[in-house]
Design a protein around this ligand. Structure first.
Ligand SMILES: *Cc1c(COP(=O)(O)O)cnc(C)c1O
Length: 462
């Protein structure tokens, strides 16, 4: 071995990272949105093959900043409306850095009480802000996809247990079939949860024009069979922002003995606003909920939250019982609530965001996003040939511009221009340009700038 040394001081590396981060973040408000480098260009700039002898930390980081930054999409822009993507409050981003610096394996409550305390408070505060039952317990996972998975697996194990079948001991083969029911416009992550959980494809319930599950159709579907049943509702449709008629649907599902899970990746947060809470009415009566902190709450990636009304059922499905993991009498461990064992304390940045915003700040954040979506709807509506396909009740706006071809052209032109960004989708048989208002910096003024960029793009379309 030739002498390869690794600098043991953190200062230079962190100083360089901080400088590069500030350079990138300086462009939050006005930087051009699209990435300008391709994957091949970035790989060339990073160096294609591993060197015999590496470089010092600051050289590596500087090269990364210079090579990777041109390949970044400015998802944190207040005029970035693609998919459903939040930005990051400075306090949450900074707290996320601390999580890395502290580098705790946030698995067992007694060994790392510091981050467990912050995560537990964040979980309790979220349960309170969303008006969920105080006994409900939150686990911090990577996103709503995993939060849906946690809810569905907990539900599956419980409804089968009630039917006299122990999945943990006997697996799924030979057991009663679980009826897995979801709305026609459920998010794809629920299909994935069904596959992960061995439930197969969901039985779909008709939706109305806004994509909301029809309660009469749910009642009919449930009346057609019996046995262990899981019903998945949605709080916030990615195209329309619409909420299923939750109160009525929960009542119908519970009357049929079903477990009710609600996917509210971005929409659950409507419950934190006195003005918008009505959209989620009745949701506290459900059994499990999935949401994200990296969408509406604007915590950096990744942070999702699985919430279950009955903690003992969550632990029954997710706790690992190994001799080397000392169980405690005093409460559940973080790993009892999530699929992972070793895990990042990803709930800590959520604590930071909530601590800075407070109850009113969270309500104002959610209302600001909804107001900006309404402004966008109003301004876009003034443009020629535009049609807003959805009733804008929350944070999503779906637009068409004449033919599908023309809508696609506007979508492409807007993206090229770089001032604002919406993502293409297909909804109710039409190509659409989707705008999701999910960034903490987006207000009515920014929504007007987005609409102006769309108007500008239109002038360049034949
Ligand atoms: C984003 C989203 C998901 C998936 O969440 P991830 O955080 O991307 O895993 C699930 N459901 C809905 C309604 C969503 O908007």
């Amino acid at each position: 071995m030739t002498g390869v040394s690794v600098d043991d001081s953190f200062g230079p590396a962190l100083g360089e990272a901080s400088r590069l981060a500030e350079r990138w973040l300086d462009g939050v408000r006005d930087g051009s949105i699209p990435a300008t480098a391709t994957i091949d260009q970035v790989k060339d700039a990073l160096g294609r093959s591993i060197q015999d002898r590496g470089d010092d930390a600051t050289t590596v980081l500087r090269r990364m900043g210079d090579a990777i930054e041109p390949g970044l999409l400015r998802m944190h822009s207040p005029r970035f409306h693609g998919w459903v993507i939040g930005g990051a409050h400075p306090v949450a981003l900074a707290a996320d850095w601390l999580v890395s610096a502290w580098d705790q394996n946030a698995t067992l409550r007694t060994v790392t009480p510091g981050v467990v305390a912050a995560e537990e408070l964040a979980g309790e505060w979220i349960v309170e802000l969303l008006g969920l039952p105080p006994a409900a317990e939150a686990g911090f996972v990577t996103g709503a996809t995993m939060a849906n998975f946690v809810g569905i697996v907990t539900a599956r194990d419980h409804v089968l247990r009630e039917a006299g079948w122990d999945v943990a001991a006997d697996g799924l083969s030979g057991g009663p079939r679980v009826r897995f029911v979801a709305g026609a416009e459920r998010h794809g992550s629920l299909d994935e949860a069904g596959r992960f959980a061995g439930l197969g494809a969901a039985q779909l319930v008709d939706a109305d024009d806004e994509g909301r599950m029809r309660v009469d159709a749910l009642r009919e579907t449930l009346a057609e069979g019996d046995g262990p049943t899981i019903v998945c509702l949605q709080a916030g449709n990615v195209h329309s922002g619409a909420f299923d008629p939750i109160a009525d649907a929960v009542e119908v599902a519970h009357a049929a003995g079903a477990w009710v899970h609600i996917d509210g990746a971005f929409g659950l947060w409507a419950a934190a606003s006195p003005r918008l809470r009505h959209l989620t009415e009745g949701m506290a009566a459900a059994d499990s909920w999935a949401t994200d902190a990296h969408k509406t709450l604007n915590v950096p990636y990744d942070c999702g939250i699985a919430i279950v009304a009955h903690p003992e059922l969550l632990h029954a499905s997710f706790a690992q019982h190994a001799a080397y993991l000392t169980a405690t009498e005093v409460g559940s461990d973080p790993n009892d609530r999530v699929p992972e064992l070793s895990r990042r304390a990803r709930g800590v940045p959520a604590y930071a965001a909530l601590a800075q915003l407070g109850r009113h700040g969270v309500a104002e954040l959610v209302e600001r996003l909804a107001d900006a979506a309404d402004e966008l709807r109003a301004r876009l509506s003034e443009l020629p040939e535009v049609r807003i396909l959805n009733d804008v009740v929350f944070t999503q706006v779906c637009a068409t511009f004449g033919s599908d071809e023309r809508t696609r052209a506007v979508t492409g032109e807007l993206a090229r221009d770089g001032v604002a960004f919406g993502s293409p989708s297909h909804w109710h048989g039409r190509d659409v340009l989707r705008f999701s208002v999910s960034n903490w910096l987006t207000d009515r003024a920014e929504a007007r700038r987005t609409a102006a960029a769309v108007a500008d793009a239109l002038t360049r379309i034949p």
